[in-house]
Design a protein around this ligand. Structure first.
Ligand code: ADA
Ligand code: CA
Ligand code: CA
Length: 324
C-alpha cells in the first residue's frame, strides 16, 4: 500500500494535518480570480502532486523545500505550454524526509500560490525496490531453443525456463513481425522471450505465468482477439515503445510483475475504443518513460493497487478511467 501524504501549514500559519484525500478541499487558496486546491500523495519513492483549479493561470511554477519556510526553496518545474495539466510527479524528492511543496501561479500578471503541502517520505512503506513484487522465477536461462517459426500454444506449454529465440525479426519497431509465441488459449509458463520478433500474441482466454522479457522487441505482448487474460509473475525490461499492446476488447489482470524501462506499460490501440479493462497489482515499476496506461477511449479502465513506482512519468495518459 502506498502511503498518503500529510498536509501541513497554510501561508497564514494555521497548522493542522490530516490524510490527503479527506482534507484536500480544506487547503484551497484564492487569488487573481483563481481558486486552487492542491493534493500530495507518496507513491513508491515519488511524490504525486495534483491540483484542481477554477480559471486559467498564465504560468505555473512548482517549488520544493525541506521545511515550511519558503526561503531557500527550490523551483522544480515551470509549466506554461501544458497549463491545463493539473498534476506533477516529483521523481527525485529529498529522500527519507518530509518534502514541502508550493504550486505558484500567475494570473493577470500577479503571482499567487497555494498553501504549503507536505509529503512525508520518512516512513514510506513502499521503498524504491519493493520486495513485494516477485516477478518471474525464470530470469536465468536454462538454455536456448531456436525457433524457425512461431510456437503455437493451445492448452498448456511449459518452457522449462529456456529462452525461445526466433530466427526472424530484428528487435526493432517495424510492425508486422511474427510473434515468438501465438497463444490461441490456455497457459504459457516458464519461458524467456528471445529478443527478436514480436513477443507473445494472444487470441483467446489465457494465463501467462513466470515469463521473462529481458529485452522487449516490437511489443512484449499483444492482445489480438477478445480475451480474458491473467498475467502473473513476470519480469520485463527495455521496451522502446510498448510492453503490452491491446488490439481487441479484453480484460487483463497483471500481478506480481517487475517492469523496468518501458515507454508505456499498457496501450489500447491508438484511436480505438474496444473498450479494455486492465488491472495491475502487487507489482514494481521502475522507469516508465511516458505512462503506465494510455488509451484514447473514455470507456476503458485502469486500476492499480499495491504497486511501487520509481521514476514514472505519468500513471495514465489520454482518456479512460484511472484509479490508483
Ligand atoms: C502501433 C500501430 C498499430 C498497431 C500497433 C501494434 O500502434 O500504429 O497499427 O500495429 O502498433 O499492434 O503493434
Ligand atoms: Ca526553506
Ligand atoms: Ca507496434
Amino acid at each position: 500500500m502506498y502511503k498518503k501524504a500529510l498536509f501541513a501549514v497554510t501561508t497564514l500559519g494555521l497548522a493542522f494535518s490530516a490524510h490527503a484525500a479527506s482534507s484536500s478541499s480544506n487547503l484551497c487558496s484564492t487569488g487573481g480570480g483563481i481558486k486552487i486546491c492542491v493534493n500530495a500523495e507518496v507513491h513508491g519513492s515519488s511524490v504525486f502532486l495534483n491540483w484542481s483549479k477554477t480559471g486559467v493561470p498564465e504560468k505555473i511554477e512548482i517549488y520544493r523545500d525541506s521545511d515550511t519556510n519558503p526561503s531557500g526553496r527550490e523551483k522544480i518545474s515551470t509549466i506554461t505550454k501544458t497549463i491545463s495539466k493539473a498534476n506533477y510527479i516529483d521523481n527525485t524528492p529529498l529522500e527519507g524526509k518530509t518534502n514541502y511543496y508550493w504550486v505558484k501561479y500567475r494570473s493577470k500578471g500577479t503571482w499567487y500560490e497555494s498553501a504549503v503541502i507536505s509529503a512525508d517520505l520518512s516512513t514510506s512503506d513502499m521503498p524504491k525496490t519493493s520486495t513485494m513484487a516477485v516477478g518471474s522465477k525464470c530470469t536465468s536461462s536454462k538454455g536456448t531453443v531456436k525457433l524457425s517459426k512461431t510456437k503455437v500454444v493451445d492448452g498448456t506449454f511449459d518452457g522449462g525456463c529456456k529462452t525461445y529465440m526466433p530466427t526472424w525479426g530484428n528487435c526493432g519497431q517495424g510492425e508486422g513481425q511474427d510473434p515468438v509465441f501465438r497463444v490461441n488459449g490456455g497457459k504459457l509458463k516458464n519461458v524467456i522471450i528471445g529478443n527478436r520478433g514480436d513477443g507473445v500474441h494472444i487470441y483467446g482466454d489465457a494465463t501467462i505465468e513466470n515469463v521473462t522479457w529481458p529485452d522487449v522487441c516490437e511489443d512484449g505482448l499483444t492482445i489480438k482477439k477478445s480475451a480474458k487474460v491473467k498475467i502473473k509473475n513476470i519480469t520485463a525490461s527495455k521496451a522502446a515503445d510498448k510492453f503490452i499492446q491491446l488490439n481487441a476488447k479484453a480484460t487483463v489482470e497483471v500481478s506480481n510483475a517487475k517492469i523496468n524501462d518501458v515507454l508505456k506499460v499498457f496501450r489500447e490501440n491508438g484511436g480505438k475504443c474496444y473498450p479494455i479493462k486492465v488491472s495491475l497489482k502487487n507489482s514494481q515499476l521502475t522507469k516508465v518513460r511516458e505512462a503506465i496506461f494510455r488509451t484514447d477511449c473514455s470507456k476503458s479502465t485502469f486500476k492499480m493497487s499495491n504497486t511501487s513506482m520509481s521514476n514514472v512519468k505519468a500513471v495514465c495518459k489520454g482518456k479512460g478511467k484511472c484509479t490508483y
